[in-house]
Design a protein. Structure first.
Length: 409
């Protein structure tokens, strides 16, 4: 059996990227010089200089406003290393002959690790695979699956491209793995990680894609059966939990979210933008505080806002809000403009897989993630690059399709 030459690096990215490293450091960052050399060989042109030129107005504005040079330089270097990895990931998807086989290997290995992690849940060594934390008001000591990543939500985010790929394979009867095995492989990671933000974004992405291509998708028997079965299972499950297990963690957290007492959800959404705006008011609102400055300029703001009395690292746990704080309204506007422009330029709607990923990431960026999150950028790259043609909406020989408008009333 021939092993894909990219598989070891894919495993490092997915499973071991931060294993045994200090917080914030990843193997993809350490390997960036090698990725850069590979890119020069493959692409025959420099990919870093245009990005540096793009950042130059921000850098000038930040230094005019005033920054802490040491922290700024380190964080800016991290941004450049993430950019190099993103270029390498894009090149991989263009060069790799069958990236689906790489995802297949990741799915199988991930499922094996999930099964291995379950017994550890009940042992003193649960920290190897699980993170125990207070996830909301009144919900303390909950263990959530993270495997070898630093946080359960990040693990769930990593898994999302794999989930959508094999879910579509199942729906379109392209799967080589039996459905009785495939579905547990797909849903178990989300259940064990208990990432409400990621799960909600996945559900909304699926709903929006279904609504956009309602006629085409509903005509497929497996999808229609899945919709009916999912609704039936959801209603049954909610009824059973309500009647017999009303005080479960799921109900408690949903209640906290509805009543505004969910500290994790509120901190990743509303609070993140409030704090970003407060940080902007201390410097340049148009160009932002700059990389590495949130933990300096925002430390006292965040401490006073939450009334912290212990040591902490100031962060904005929301990619969109963090972009606003670091790069100001100019950077925030450019971020959204680039996403929407690429949506139309690359015709994201013409491929189910890309459309699911776009909707998912567009929603999730307002509820979590962070500006140097490589998992987020891999999802954006897959959304704007047509790697998996088998999920194209149009049939062979059929002209380009525009959703909704093409369908008769």
């Amino acid at each position: 059996m021939k092993i894909n030459r990219y598989l070891p690096l894919a495993f490092i990215y997915f499973f071991f990227n931060s294993l045994a490293l200090p917080f914030g450091l990843t193997y993809t960052a350490i390997l960036a010089p090698f990725f850069y050399a590979w890119l020069l060989l493959e692409r025959k042109k420099d990919i870093l200089l245009p990005f540096v030129i793009f950042l130059l107005p921000f850098i000038i504005a930040h230094y005019i406003t005033g920054v802490e040079p040491g922290s700024y330089s380190i964080s800016l270097m991290n941004v450049l290393l993430v950019y190099i990895f993103c270029q390498a990931a894009y090149t991989f998807f263009k060069k790799c002959e069958d990236p689906g086989k790489v995802l297949h290997s990741i799915l199988l290995f991930n499922f094996g690790l999930c099964l291995l992690a379950i017994p550890f849940y009940f042992t003193p060594y649960h920290g190897w695979f699980w993170l125990e934390q207070d996830i909301s008001s009144g919900i303390a000591g909950v263990r959530r699956l993270k495997l070898f990543t630093y946080e359960p939500s990040y693990y769930a985010l990593l898994f999302t491209p794999v989930f959508f790929f094999f879910l579509l394979q199942y729906f379109f009867r392209q799967n080589n793995i039996s459905g009785r095995w495939l579905l547990p492989m797909l849903f178990l990671p989300y259940i064990l990680s208990f990432s409400v933000g990621v799960i909600t974004a996945v559900l909304l992405a699926g709903l929006l894609t279904w609504m956009l291509w309602f006629k085409k998708l509903t005509s497929k028997r497996r999808i229609l059966n899945a919709m009916v079965s999912s609704v039936a299972l959801f209603v049954t499950g909610i009824t059973v939990m309500f009647l017999f297990f009303r005080n479960n963690a799921f109900f408690s957290r949903i209640n906290n979210i509805i009543t505004g007492h969910d500290t994790s959800g509120k901190g990743r959404t509303v609070d993140a933008f409030i704090l970003s705006e407060k940080i902007l008011q201390t410097g340049n609102e148009y160009w932002g505080a700059g990389p590495g400055q949130i933990k300096i300029a925002g430390a006292s703001i965040i401490r006073n806002y939450y009334m912290y009395y212990r040591d902490f690292t100031a962060v904005i746990p929301n990619a969109a809000a963090e972009t606003l704080a670091i790069f100001g309204w100019v950077g925030f506007s450019l971020r959204l403009l680039l996403e929407l422009s690429l949506f139309f330029y690359t015709r994201v709607w013409s491929n189910y897989y890309r459309l699911l990923l776009f909707f998912f990431m567009f929603i999730y960026q307002f509820t979590g993630s962070f500006i140097t999150n490589v998992a987020e950028y891999v999802i954006w790259i897959l959304a704007f690059t047509n790697v998996f043609y088998q999920f194209d909406v149009r049939k062979p020989g059929e002209a380009g399709i525009t959703p909704l408008l093409r369908q008769p009333a």
